[in-house]
Design a binder for this molecule. Structure first.
Ligand code: GLU
Length: 470
């Protein structure tokens, strides 16, 4: 079994492309088959090496590895041309001398009559003498495939039996006048030569498939199985595009998503493991993948779900691994913080992040004293009596061992002695230390911050806590 991913390096690796790559990869790996890569760079003007590198980098980041060296389509043009000429020699393709202007005029005429333009096959009926005369005039030509009558039927893995009337299919060009093959021809010859057995790709290619099926038959090649994956939609149920925000894999990487989460999320766009599991590792997905469970209907790219999934995958990382990953998202103004100080915070923040930059954004108080205090928190937590309670606590904090366990004892003990619930101290202290009302466990956090920082922040807060008159 051999599958492939065949990106055109004319743009970034889009999440839709990545999803196609992942499905092909999962299908191959789950069946012990091969997964090949082909760079479809025959559009020389729009293709670039930088984009090829970007695509390969995106796949590598996702953990989608390929077997052997990528096949570079532009290096195979001679082979494509040879097969085009074979079709011509066998009468399955013909020279078309119509000029762009002639074709445009015909198109305009058809469209103004309200119909879709299909090439009227003028050149299909030229005699050998007519062709010779045109060649002698130096007229250039393309090669068009002579579409046979009838219907083209194939069994799609996702959509089952799929059938097109050949009347709706143009005698499409297979070789351009400059001698380069079109996508339609190159893809078939390459898939054949690479011994591809299954082609999974987006639904947007469904209308190309009958043409390719006809080429397979005409060339005498064994046909692969085709499967067309449902489109990915944005939250508004329109086809996912730039309008919806980030769509390239690189952007998600920069925004601090884990490749494990991205892979998991994309694998579940249009496929389900058949039970209610949602968080799956790459290995679990390989073990569970079954092509029959590809869904027919489009799926929505739900960023909230992706955020949630990313948080779940973050919790699955070991602390050191997470530490190394968050370092890449460290803001410049925290560049001087020693790495060990950051490392100690990892277990505390792990449960409180969805994306990697959240580690620093949601935990600034680990590095800098709060300059402001959350207004609602102030109204709710710093009440009459809070100042006295905190002041009473300070001497105990000056002396006690600063471990989380002791701090908990001391703070709960102080509340008890004052005859109030522990929350009357815990919440105001959290606000004083962080400026916010949400943080990891207070006692763990205090241990990490250390005595000096805690006392300094508590004293600063005390100046802001208004005391009742008298
Ligand atoms: N190069 C084509 C694309 O990027 C791939 C076509 C195919 O998978 O057959 O859409």
């Amino acid at each position: 079994m051999t599958l492939r991913f065949a990106p055109s390096p004319t743009g970034y690796l889009h999440v839709g492309g990545a999803r196609t790559a992942i499905f092909n990869w999962l299908f191959a790996r789950s069946a012990g088959g091969r997964f090949l890569l082909r760079i479809e760079d025959t559009d020389r003007e729009r293709s670039s090496d930088a984009m090829t590198r970007e695509i390969l980098g995106g796949l590598t980041w996702l953990g989608v590895d390929w077997d052997g060296e990528p096949v570079i389509q532009s290096a195979r043009i001679e082979r494509h041309r040879e097969e085009c000429l074979r079709l011509e020699a066998e009468g399955r393709a013909y020279r078309c001398y119509c000029t762009q202007e002639e074709l445009e005029a015909k198109r305009e005429k058809a469209e103004s009559a309200g119909g879709a333009f299909l090439y009227d096959r003028t050149c299909r009926h030229l005699t050998a003498e007519q062709r010779q005369a045109l060649d002698a005039e130096g007229r250039s030509h393309v090669l068009r495939f002579a579409v046979p009558d009838g219907r083209t039927v194939f069994n799609d893995i996702v959509h089952d039996e799929t059938s097109f009337s050949n009347e709706e299919i143009d005698d499409f060009v297979i070789l351009r006048s400059d001698g380069t093959p079109t996508y339609m021809m190159a893809v078939v010859v390459d898939d054949h030569d690479m011994e591809v057995t299954h082609v999974l790709r987006g639904d947007d290619h469904l209308s190309n498939t009958p043409k390719q099926v006809m080429l397979y038959r005409a060339l005498g090649y064994e046909m692969p199985q085709f499967g067309h994956l449902p489109l990915i939609l944005g939250a508004d149920k329109k086809r996912l595009s730039k309008r919806h925000g980030a769509t390239s894999v690189g952007e998600f990487q920069q925004r601090g998503y884990l490749p494990e989460a991205m892979f998991n999320f994309l694998a579940l766009l249009g496929w389900s493991p058949g039970d209610d599991r949602e968080i799956l590792s790459r290995d679990e997905l390989v073990d569970t993948f079954d092509i029959v469970r590809v869904l027919k209907k489009s799926s929505v790219f739900d960023e909230e779900k992706l955020d949630w999934m990313n948080g779940q995958h973050i919790r699955l990382l070991d602390d050191e691994d997470l530490f190394r990953r968050i370092l890449r998202h460290r803001p410049d103004d925290l560049a001087d913080i020693p790495e060990d100080d950051i490392r100690r915070i990892v277990p505390l923040m792990k449960e409180r992040m969805e994306r990697l930059p959240d580690f620093f954004a949601n935990g600034r108080y680990f590095y800098t004293d709060p300059e402001e205090y959350d207004e609602n928190g102030v109204a709710k937590r710093w009440k009459a009596g809070t100042g006295a309670l905190l002041r009473g606590l300070l001497p105990r904090l000056e002396e006690c061992d600063f471990s989380a366990a002791t701090l908990e004892e001391v703070i709960r003990g102080a509340a008890e002695d004052a005859g109030v619930g522990a929350g009357k101290l815990i919440h105001p202290i959290r606000l004083a230390l962080t400026g916010t009302t949400a943080s990891p466990s207070l006692f763990d956090m205090m241990e990490v911050l250390g005595r000096d920082v805690c006392l300094r922040r508590l004293r600063a807060a005390l100046e802001r806590i208004s005391e009742p008159e008298g």
